[in-house]
Structures are given as structure tokens and as C-alpha cells.
Design a protein around this ligand. Structure first.
Ligand code: GDP
Length: 604
């Protein structure tokens, strides 16, 4: 703790991430209820939005492991953020990265990696946050004899049935270590890790039985101490710096801010300086509040007690006037009056870092917090998606109207991507009426993937639309004994030698003379058809100048006339869309045109 002149180490901040149902909440609950025995000192201090596990408690529950690891721990404890998941993790930012100093990635050892596991790793990588993997639900391994205590002692005592051990090793490797390897990480069970700077520590745990929790706590504390001491400065220095976790209406207090303070000291009566997208808000702190312990609570409505001073790292509820415009994820400082200006400058800098550069045209993105908006924008940028508007908040009617207008100049811009935020009813009504595509999800990479799929679908639809409008090349031969009518319209039987003959196509003779267009095609049952493919023999009626017997006779060849710009389009954009015989028809037709036009570049 801070004693006035000697700088003390602060608690490292720990976040829990992982796929849904893999046990994040259960693991957090387990960690929070870690207690030695009721008679012994220690236990957990409840903060606002976070729980502190004092180092004394960690040392006690892990006392058998201290010998194994010979850990020399001087941090005061660890502060675990109460809200698990990557939404909370990305919301809680500070300048230069994540607020959390270290993360626990929870993976169900029986299920292995899932989409949110991979997304969590991507986010951790992006924020350069070190992490350990808690391979949870160890108790579900068939035959595993799970205990409420250290995994490593349970494992070393060799009380497990050989089949259970085999299953454990297989699942550990296949479901946890191999997928980590695939993502470029070396990983192993913590007891086998030799160099913690190179290898990810995997801690087998059971949130249900409590197995492995001591191991997890000691590894987290040890790693945080070892790696982060110099790097992130676990020293408590200067005024309080923090991030807004949530804005909450409290009875009798009005709007309050729940914040995590990651550095410094704040005093009651100080000033609060908070960034929001429109600028900086300054207000005077009415009270710094901490939760009351259950036994201090006379009345359940009276849940908080004021503190004269708070020291990082901690969670705190701040009561102050004029907090209406504050949004979750905003940076904040708590300072004395003389420090307000320098704090403001710092905050402005920090918001600028957060700012997402917008494009002249593009889509709309919205998210619940500044951190998640930034994470979403980063992922979209990686895929070269253009962003015209990026805001924290709910999707409203105005967003839809704007997206509709963006779509008018470019259909690909008619999209709104919403991460973990609500769509208001009037916006829903507007979406129904307009050509706007809404993407909603709590998984960033799912949003990016869905948006990309939509773009692909649109591109394909546009492509096939254009392709359908092009004149298909075809070459035909007039069949012997099949001239049924000489002219206006001429009717005869033809065989399609190459390509696809479509109703409406213009026809020409081998000398280049235009003779009319295909008025009608029939099949052998005398039903009218729209097209005839290669090899088909069909009756055809040709309207125009053609007089059979005079301009063309039996066995003569007719070509479908393809306009030159369309020939070019086929060669340059749609060559792969043509069947072999269609391409042959096109090549022969082009050669003929080059000859009759006396131009070797025709159609090229
Ligand atoms: P979250 O969605 O990641 O927060 O997962 P929860 O903590 O809500 O857990 C999902 C389900 O898995 C719940 O039914 C838990 O009781 C169960 N669960 C969590 N941890 C364990 C564990 O270690 N062992 C077993 N058998 N079940 C667990």
C-alpha cells in the first residue's frame, strides 16, 4: 500500500476471456470465493467491478506450490475484473493497449477451441496482453478423480486411473496445445514449461471442484510479477488514472460512474476529468464509493461506503454531477484542482489515439464502447473495409437513413455493423423499408465474416446479372431437308455446332452479312424454348432480311453476332464463365470478324 513516500507495487489487473459456456463465470466465482479457512486472515476484497485476491490468500492456498516454484511475490495481490468476456476486455482500454495486465483464457478441455477462443486470442495478440490458458472442466474427463486443491499435487500423487491419465493427455494435446501451436504459440502444462517467456502456461482446472485454482493463482501472480514489474510499471505513481466500466443510475446518488483505476491515488474532493468522443468533461468528485461488506450493510439499499482515498489498482464508484455524456470505455483521471489542465491534455491525447480515421465513403459501424469500436474498426481495416461513420451507441433511425443514402452511390456501402449494441425500434422499421443490411453480433470476427460473405454474394449477383445480359456466342448449321419457310420469317431446322443459341440474338452469314434475329426456338415437342445448347437440333424462325435458298442454303453456317464491347468483356472478365464450346464459338466468331472487317485487333 502507498505510505506517502515509498512507491508500492500495485496489483496487476487480470481479465478472463474465452468461448461461451467454457466456464468463465464459474471460474471467476471460484476465484472470488477462494478462502483459506474462515479463521485465517485473508479472503477477498470486493471492489466495484473487480475483486482483489490479496497475496496472503494466494500464498496460503498455494503453499505447497510455493516450494515448487520458489516464487518471491511482493505484489499486494491480484485484481480480477468481475465481468468476463472479450467485450469487457476490449472496453477496458488505456493508452497503448488493454487495461488488463494479464489474461486468463478459458478453454473447455473437452470441447477445445471455438470461434470466441480464437477471437479472444486475436484480441490478446493485438493488445499484446500476456495470457495463460485455463483448461477447464478437468472433472469431466472420464474417471478423473478431481479434488478441491492444487492440480499438480493431485497429478503427481498418481491416484488417477491410467485410462483417465491417457484421456487427459490426449484431450490436453488435441484440444488445447495443438490449436495453440497452430496459431503460432508454444504451449505446455505449466509444470513442464521451462521458459515462460517463450511458452504459454496451460493450467488444467475445474471451476466445479476447485482443482487447479491454487496453481492458476500462483502462476498468474508469479508471471505478473516477473514480466510486468518493469515493463508496465506496477508502481503506484501520481494521480489516479482509470477507465469507465459502466455508467449506473443509483438510488439517491443519480448517475454514477463505475471505473477501474489502474494507476495512482485519488482523494475525495478531487476533480474528475473524463474523455468522450466530443471532448473532455470535468466535474468535482462528490464521493469515491466502495461496496459495503455484507456484515456492514444495515439496509440493502445502502450498498456503498465513501472512501477518503483510493489507491490503484482498484474498482471504484464515483459520484459527481454532470456525468450524462460519459460513455463506457472512456479514459478518466482523478486530480487535484491544479492538475486539471495537464490531465485534460493527457485525456485529449488519449482520445486522439482512440479516434478512428474515417473514409470519404464507406459503411457505418457502431459498438457499445470506445474500446470495442476500435477493435471492430481494426479488424475491418485489415480487410480493407471502408468506414464512413464510427460511433459508440445504439442503432437509430438516423443511422439507417444515412446508410440508405450511402447505398445510393454505392450498394456496398448500404451496411451497418453493430457490435454488442441495441437496434432501436424506429431503426428496425426504417431497415424494413430500405435497402440497408444490418449485421449484429457479439463476436467481431463473425461480423467481419458475415459482412464479407454479403459482399461476395452481392458481387456474384451483380456478375451473373451482367453475364446474363451479354449476348452468348453460338455457331449453327442449317440442316438438310429442313427449310420450312423461305422468308419473313424464314423457318428452318438448325444444329447448334458451338455455344448457346438464345432467342433474340442477331445472326450473320460467313461473309459477315447481317440477316435478322432469332424470333423463336422450339424443341422436339414443338414447345417454344428460350435457348438451345451445343448439339441440339431445333426448328428456328428468323425475322429480318434472310431469304432461305437465296442468301443461305442447306448446310450453310450462321453466326450469332456478338457486339464488340461484349466480346471484349467475355475475353477480359468472363472467360472462365464460358463453357469450352462457347469459348470455341467466340474464338471462331472473332476470327471471322477480324477477317471480314480486315482488322486483326477486332474484339481484342
Ligand atoms: P461462461 O459462459 O464461459 O461464463 O460459462 P459458465 O461459467 O456459465 O459455465 C457454463 C456451464 O458449464 C455451466 O453449466 C457450468 O456449471 C458448467 N461448468 C463450468 N465450469 C465447469 C467445470 O469445471 N466442470 C463442469 N463439470 N462444469 C462446469
Amino acid at each position: 500500500m502507498y505510505n506517502g513516500d515509498i512507491m508500492a507495487l500495485r496489483c496487476p489487473i487480470v481479465s478472463v476471456l474465452g468461448h461461451v459456456d467454457h466456464g468463465k463465470t464459474s471460474l471467476l466465482d471460484r476465484i472470488r470465493t477462494t478462502r483459506v479457512t474462515t479463521r485465517e486472515a485473508g479472503g477477498i476484497t470486493q471492489h466495484i467491478g473487480a475483486s482483489e485476491i490479496p497475496i496472503g490468500t494466494i500464498k496460503k492456498v498455494s503453499k505447497d506450490l510455493l516450494n515448487i516454484f520458489k516464487a518471491d511475490l511482493s505484489i499486494p495481490g491480484i485484481l480480477v475484473i468481475d465481468t468476463p468476456g472479450h467485450e469487457a476486455f476490449t472496453s477496458l482500454r488505456k493508452r497503448g493497449g488493454a487495461l488488463a495486465d494479464i489474461a486468463i483464457l478459458v478453454v473447455d478441455i473437452n470441447e477445445g477451441f471455438k470461434p470466441q477462443t480464437i477471437e479472444a486470442i486475436n484480441i490478446l495478440k493485438q493488445c499484446k496482453t500476456p495470457f495463460v490458458v485455463a483448461a477447464n472442466k478437468l472433472d469431466k474427463i472420464s474417471g478423473w478423480n478431481s479434488i478441491n486443491g492444487p492440480f499438480i499435487t493431485n497429478f503427481n500423487e498418481q491416484k488417477q486411473h491410467p485410462n483417465a491419465l491417457t484421456e487427459f493427455e490426449i484431450k490436453l494435446y488435441e484440444n488445447v496445445i495443438a490449436p495453440l501451436n497452430e496459431l503460432g504459440f508454444e504451449a505446455d502444462v505449466f509444470s513442464r514449461v521451462k521458459d515462460t517467456t517463450k511458452t504459454i502456461n496451460v493450467i488444467p482446472v475445474s471451476a466445479m471442484t476447485g482443482e487447479g485454482i491454487p496453481d492458476l493463482l500462483i502462476i498468474i501472480a508469479g508471471l505478473a510479477q516477473k514480466f510486468l514489474e518493469q515493463k508496465l510499471g506496477l508502481n503506484v505513481e501520481g494521480y489516479a488514472k482509470g477507465t469507465v466500466l459502466e455508467i449506473k443510475e443509483e438510488k439517491g446518488l443519480g448517475k454514477t460512474i463505475d471505473a477501474i483505476i489502474y494507476d495512482g491515488i485519488a482523494k475525495a474532493g478531487d476533480y474528475i476529468v473524463i474523455g468522450n468522443p466530443d471532448g473532455v468533461i470535468t466535474s468535482k468528485v462528490k464521493a469515491l464509493l466502495k461496496p459495503k461488506a455484507l456484515d456492514e450493510m444495515m439496509d440493502p439499499r445502502d450498498k456503498f461506503k465513501p472512501s477518503k482515498q483510493i489507491v490503484a489498482a482498484t474498482g471504484v464508484k464515483i459520484s459527481a454531477p454532470d456525468l450524462d455524456m460519459v460513455i463506457a470505455g472512456s479514459p478518466l483521471r482523478i486530480v487535484s484542482k491544479s492538475e486539471i489542465e495537464s490531465a485534460k491534455e493527457e485525456i485529449v491525447q488519449e482520445i486522439e489515439d482512440f479516434e478512428i480515421t474515417l473514409d470519404d465513403e464507406g459503411i457505418i459501424i457502431k459498438a457499445d464502447t470506445m474500446g470495442s469500436l476500435e477493435a471492430l474498426a481494426t479488424e475491418l481495416r485489415k480487410k480493407n473495409v471502408k468506414i464512413k461513420k464510427a460511433e459508440v451507441g445504439e442503432i437509430n433511425k438516423k443511422d439507417v437513413i444515412e446508410a440508405t443514402s450511402y447505398a445510393m452511390s454505392n450498394p456496398y456501402n448500404g451496411a451497418i455493423i453493430a457490435f454488442n449494441t441495441k437496434v432501436l425500434n424506429d431503426a428496425k422499421v426504417e431497415i424494413e423499408k430500405n435497402d440497408v443490411k444490418l449485421f449484429e453480433d457479439k463476436i467481431i470476427y463473425k461480423l467481419v465474416e458475415d459482412y464479407e460473405d454479403w459482399i461476395k454474394e452481392m458481387e456474384e449477383a451483380l456478375k451473373s446479372d451482367e453475364l446474363n445480359k451479354l449476348t452468348k456466342p453460338a455457331i449453327l448449321k442449317i440442316l438438310p431437308n429442313c427449310i420450312f419457310r423461305q422468308k419473313a420469317p424464314a423457318v428452318c431446322g438448325v444444329e447448334v455446332l458451338y455455344g448457346t443459341l438464345k432467342v433474340g440474338s442477331n445472326l450473320m452469314l460467313e461473309d459477315g452479312k447481317k440477316v435478322g434475329y432469332v424470333k423463336e426456338l422450339r424443341n422436339n415437342q414443338q414447345e417454344t424454348i428460350k435457348e438451345a445448347k451445343v448439339g441440339m437440333q431445333v426448328p428456328i424462325s428468323i425475322d429480318g432480311s434472310l431469304i432461305l435458298g437465296r442468301h443461305a442454303k442447306e448446310e450453310d453456317i450462321l453466326y450469332v453476332e456478338v457486339p464488340e464491347p461484349e466480346v471484349r468483356k467475355f475475353y477480359h472478365e468472363y472467360k472462365s464463365e464460358l463453357r469450352g464450346d462457347e469459348l470455341e464459338a467466340l474464338n471462331r466468331y472473332t476470327e471471322l470478324k477480324q477477317k471480314v472487317e480486315n482488322n486483326v485487333f477486332w474484339g481484342m
